[in-house]
Design a protein around this ligand. Structure first.
Ligand SMILES: CC(C)(COP(=O)(O)OP(=O)(O)OC[C@H]1O[C@@H](n2cnc3c(N)ncnc32)[C@H](O)[C@@H]1OP(=O)(O)O)[C@@H](O)C(=O)NCCC(=O)NCCS
Length: 197
């Protein structure tokens, strides 16, 4: 199976990737991480909707959410849309959000990025990026829900592994979701380039 956003056929162009990909994820394999049990298709409250990022999410507070994660900068709607379309065309970006449909507001997000490899029989590697839940919605398992959703999506896309970088205090959070610090292989090294941000 090729990990790309068109899998399962064409989809409405306002979505970053095919929403059908979120149907039937393997929640049985991770249910021990969630009490009470929730899934992307049954997120516990009928006003939560887990779905791919949409091009109109600029107007639903997506940037106001991710600014809780790190510096975002002043991004116009045109810049947001241009970046969205580049990601959609690339086919390997699976930005997944939780919307509170009562307020038409994006309140959680996580990004799965897939990377084509030559190694591992031309395999697909997955990375988890930019996990955030709006501060007034934290502590309700939504962080676990959005991380597990993209984790299971990577499994469905037949990625051979998924990795993430996080600050030390969040290690227990990710461990509770199945991520591990592999002995001898748990280092992140960084070289930062000068940036205006
Ligand atoms: C990390 C984050 C996504 C968790 O979202 P959440 O909806 O509150 O998480 P959940 O309710 O699903 O899970 C809560 C569990 O994670 C732990 N946890 C959550 N945030 C934590 C933090 N900042 N530090 C340490 N532990 C944390 C809680 O102690 C709780 O553990 P428990 O299940 O043993 O009680 C949220 O705190 C957030 O957006 N933080 C700011 C952005 C950030 O740091 N993102 C991660 C980048 S790697």
């Amino acid at each position: 199976m090729v990990a790309n956003n068109r899998q399962n056929g064409d989809f409405h162009p306002s979505y970053l990737y095919n929403p059908e990909l979120l149907v039937g994820l393997d929640w049985k394999s991770v249910q021990h991480s969630l009490k009470p049990s929730i899934t992307n298709e049954d997120p516990g409250e009928d006003y939560f909707l887990v779905r791919p990022l949409r091009i109109d999410d600029y107007d639903k507070g997506f940037l106001q959410l991710i600014v809780q994660l790190t510096t975002v900068g002043d991004i116009t709607k045109a810049q947001f849309e241009a970046q969205f379309l580049k990601m959609q065309k690339a086919g390997c970006y699976f930005v997944t959000v939780i919307e509170d449909i009562r307020h038409s507001k994006i309140i959680g997000s996580a990004t799965l990025v897939t990377e084509l490899k030559f190694i591992h029989q031309c395999g697909n590697r997955a990375r988890l990026e930019d996990v955030v839940v709006n501060n007034t919605y934290r502590g309700k398992q939504l962080g676990k829900l959005i991380v597990l959703t993209v984790t299971l999506l990577a499994k469905k896309l037949e990625c051979y592994k998924m990795s993430l970088d996080c600050k030390d205090p969040l290690i227990p959070f990710y461990k509770s979701l199945g991520y591990m610090l592999e002995p001898g292989n748990a280092n992140t090294m960084i070289l930062r380039y000068e940036s205006k941000l």
